[in-house]
Write a protein that binds this ligand. Structure first.
Ligand code: HEC
Length: 131
């Protein structure tokens, strides 16, 4: 009777990945869809493979980090000041995967790379702000 724990483990693992997916979707619906659903203000529409092709080609780390900081009409953190990088990143995965990518929710290692890029850009910005 030791197949029960194994089955439970498999079940909770599948639940975990399903949750990551659902979180990306719910963040998308709550925060991003207002612009990315209809392509408002020039936002690349979720599901528009043509609009996302170039973005996907940039790569998951730079695209997520740059989006999190804001790009032109794209507000930093999608305009939600308390949105964490991991939640933002999962929403990016959700949109990209609707649009032709096959990305996974970032692991700790990838999040670190995103954070490093953000820190580096913030530093460059601070430098530019000086007279
Ligand atoms: C107020 C409208 C608005 C909201 C809300 C919004 N976006 Fe955007 N987003 C934009 C626009 C406009 C662009 C295109 C920016 C450009 O290239 O000029 C964009 C571009 C992006 C890009 C591509 C960035 C790049 O490097 O070109 C990503 C990734 C992105 N958004 C993710 C998100 C995520 C994730 C959310 C929700 C957490 C979100 N956006 C919420 C308007 C929005």
């Amino acid at each position: 009777m030791n197949s029960l724990p194994a089955a439970l483990l498999a079940f909770s693992l599948s639940l975990m990945s399903a949750t990551a997916w659902a979180d990306g979707q719910s963040t998308y619906q709550q925060v991003c869809a207002v612009c990315h659903g209809q392509g408002a203000a020039g936002a690349p529409k979720a599901g528009d493979a043509k609009a996302w092709k170039k973005l996907i080609a940039e790569g998951q780390v730079p695209l997520t980090a740059d989006g999190y900081m804001g790009v032109r009409a794209m507000p930093a953190k999608g305009g939600k000041a308390d949105l964490g990088l991991a939640d933002f990143a999962e929403a990016v995965v959700y949109m990209a995967n609707q649009s032709g990518a096959n990305w996974k929710a970032p692991d700790a290692d990838m999040l670190k790379k995103m954070e490093a890029r953000i820190a580096q850009k913030n530093k460059a910005k601070a430098g530019n702000a000086k007279p």
